[in-house]
Every structure is written in structure tokens, then in C-alpha cells.
Design a protein around this ligand. Structure first.
Ligand code: QAP
Ligand code: CO
Length: 174
């Protein structure tokens, strides 16, 4: 399955993703292909909508203490719902759909969520640290939101100016 990553300002990134009802081979193929495209682009998190499938599915694969990603640490999250969100933290985030940009974003410190795996089995997960941030970032994608929308006004303005400048530069170089 050949997947391409949508990048800002693609309007398809603004769609609200739909609940997954069928846990079949098609879903498994999509998740496997998402994992491939995330890994080959040096990502640690990816939502299905970023590859043009507006479905409530996301994957996260955080590096270990040696900075290495392992298939053992892949988490596949389908139809997530937050059941608790506590505290406050700030982290410099990036996104495969906003390549080359990193900015501080404010999030909850810890989250608890319910979700399903690829076989439709239900799980509850309590997350803190980088996992908590990654989950919140990816669930925002399911709602059609990007991290740049959480920036304070002036930082957002600065981002838009710089991003447009880089897009023009890229086009010019084609
Ligand atoms: C979301 O982000 C996230 O700009 C996943 O040129 C963000 O995988 C999880 C990436 C913050 C936890 C904390 C970004 C790759 C990857 C780029 C990513 C780039 C190449 C971002
Ligand atoms: Co993202």
C-alpha cells in the first residue's frame, strides 16, 4: 500500500476522522503501511488522516533510552477516548505534516484513555512523559487539528510567514 504524507496547508488534514467499525485485513494493511511510512520518514507518531485516511487510528513508536526505535515498542491506537487529563506540561513538538518546524506546545501532563487494538480488543492506558504528549498530538489530528493551531498568536504569525517563505523557495527550486 503506497501512502503519501499530506502536508500543511492541505485542507484534507482538517477533516474530522471517523470511528472504525470493521477490524479486518484492510485495516491491518493500512496500519502496517502507516508504520512503514512513519519509520522511513523518521517519525515517532502518525495518524491515519496524515496519509489521507480520515479514520480514528494512530500509531506511536517512541525511541528507547539508546534513541532506537523497535517494532516491540509500536503502539496502535484505534477509536481512542480520553477518560482523564491532568496537569500541564510544555514540549517542543514537530509533525510529519509540518516538516522542518518545531515549537513549544502546552498540553496536559498525564492522560488516561480507552482505545481498541487492531483486533478490536479494548485497552485502558495511563500515559505520562513523551507518550502522553504524542497521544495528545495524534488525537488532535483525529479532530482535524495541527499543533501549530495551539501556538500563541505572534508565534503562529511568525510560523505562517516562515513556512510560506520556505514553500515558495521549494517551488522555485523545482
Ligand atoms: C508527533 O511527530 C509528536 O519536522 C510525532 O522534518 C510530536 O513524528 C510526538 C518529523 C512531539 C511527540 C512529541 C518532523 C520528522 C517527525 C519533522 C513526528 C521532520 C521530520 C515528527
Ligand atoms: Co502530527
Amino acid at each position: 500500500m503506497q501512502l503519501n504524507i499530506l502536508t500543511y496547508p492541505d485542507p484534507r488534514l482538517k477533516k474530522v476522522s471517523k470511528k472504525i467499525e470493521v477490524f479486518d485485513e484492510h485495516l491491518h494493511k493500512l496500519l502496517d503501511s502507516m508504520n512503514e511510512v512513519m519509520f522511513s520518514n523518521n517519525g515517532i507518531g502518525l495518524a491515519a488522516i496524515q496519509v489521507n485516511y480520515p479514520l480514528n487510528a494512530l500509531i506511536i513508536n517512541l525511541p528507547d533510552e539508546n534513541g532506537e526505535q523497535s517494532p516491540d515498542n509500536l503502539i496502535e491506537i484505534i477509536n481512542p477516548i480520553f477518560i482523564e487529563q491532568n496537569g500541564e506540561t510544555t514540549y517542543q513538538e514537530g509533525c510529519l505534516s509540518v516538516p522542518g518546524f518545531y515549537e513549544d506546545v502546552q498540553r496536559y501532563d498525564t492522560v488516561t484513555l480507552k482505545y481498541q487494538d487492531r483486533y478490536s480488543n479494548e485497552h485502558t492506558l495511563e500515559a505520562d512523559g513523551l507518550l502522553s504528549i504524542a497521544i495528545q498530538h495524534e488525537i488532535d489530528h483525529l479532530l482535524g487539528k495541527l499543533f501549530i493551531e495551539k501556538l500563541p498568536y505572534m508565534k503562529r504569525k511568525k510560523f505562517e510567514k516562515e513556512y510560506k517563505r520556505r514553500l515558495k523557495e521549494k517551488k522555485h527550486n523545482l
